[in-house]
Ligand binder design. Sequence first.
Ligand SMILES: *Cc1c(COP(=O)(O)O)cnc(C)c1O
Length: 413
Amino acid sequence: MNHFIWRKGVLHAEGVPLPAIAESVGTPTYVYSAATLTRHFRVVSEAFGATPHLICYSVKANSNLAILRLFAGLGGGFDIVSGGELARVKQAGGAAEKTVFAGVGKTQEEMEAALAAGILLFNVESAEELDALDAVGRRLGRRAPFALRVNPDVDARTHRYISTGLKTSKFGVPFEEAVALYTRAKKLKGVRAAGLDCHIGSQLTQASPMRAALTKVAGLYTELKAAGHPLAYLDVGGGLGITYTDETPPSPEEYARTVLDATKGTGAHLVLEPGRALVGNAGVLLTRVLYRKKTPAKHFVVVDAGMNDLIRPALYEAHHGFQPLVKRRGKAVEVDVVGPVCESTDVLAKARSLVLPQAGELYAFMSAGAYGMSMASNYNSRPRPAEVMVDGEAWRVVRERERIEDLWRGERA
Ligand SMILES: *Cc1c(COP(=O)(O)O)cnc(C)c1O
């Protein structure tokens, strides 16, 4: 469910007509709905009911300060993968004590900053990283709380580029090595075992891989507790998928049932790391049509948003709905919607059946709230888009469009 709705043939975000935002701020522009963000957070949290749980929003999905602040205000924690993301969380007023830190390549500087800030958990991804964390802990005279991220060797059945739970993936510690590592960690003075973690991939549309992975991981959690490791947190990762076109991912209720079933009896405080499920359908990317061209093979529609603004189609063969902001009538033709970037992969919507768009018209790429702006770049020296937050009838710019001078900030000729 989201709050991008048609009213009298005009696409709105909550109470605001999207053409008004596009005319005022220009295009391309990301627009987010505060009501949708809030609703998604609450629905996921409520699905877990009375079971102790902490929702650690995965910052990399969309790291805008306004979004972080909104989730912090709802009592959320954060899942970060860099020192930069920790700084954003702090800047937005988020709590380090509710923040978990994942990633295979944390530097000692990043670990120090996170430990000094009082982070909840370091999700450690290798034996050598555990030693580095131990060194940081001893240097700061504290024990860094850690969870091993184990790799349960389960096929998440998602796109191979966003699958992380297979043996061949760079993520996590092999499942079989976990017990030995916790045992070794007992002797280290700079760390303390506080939990167990896994994350098998993103855009998961089936419950069965989650169930398989979490059943394995919950068994390991119980085994470690029985062996005397003082674990309190079971971090089940993120990955819950959303509907971009015709996918039918588990509902939050079904997701929660799967997690609660697989982990029942552990007595653990659950940590959840949803990213896409909270923000994906809470954002759209507004764009304006520049030109059309017809070749013997195809109709092309050239828009002012490119793969630098929204890379998911080029990177993951992802599908985003493409809708006019003002409803159109007429005969549909098949078009490829392309951006201005000089790359053949700059195709944002392929083989869509549409009333032929006209130059100057406004459109939206739907479901663009996750891994949209956070993956945007300046490729082709294109300033990154503006971002807008809508809340009821009100809206405000939550990130200005980059200016041309921003393109060479820090450079020397
Ligand atoms: C990316 C990531 C997430 C969030 O994934 P979504 O599919 O957006 O829910 C959660 N945890 C970790 C460790 C991640 O890397």
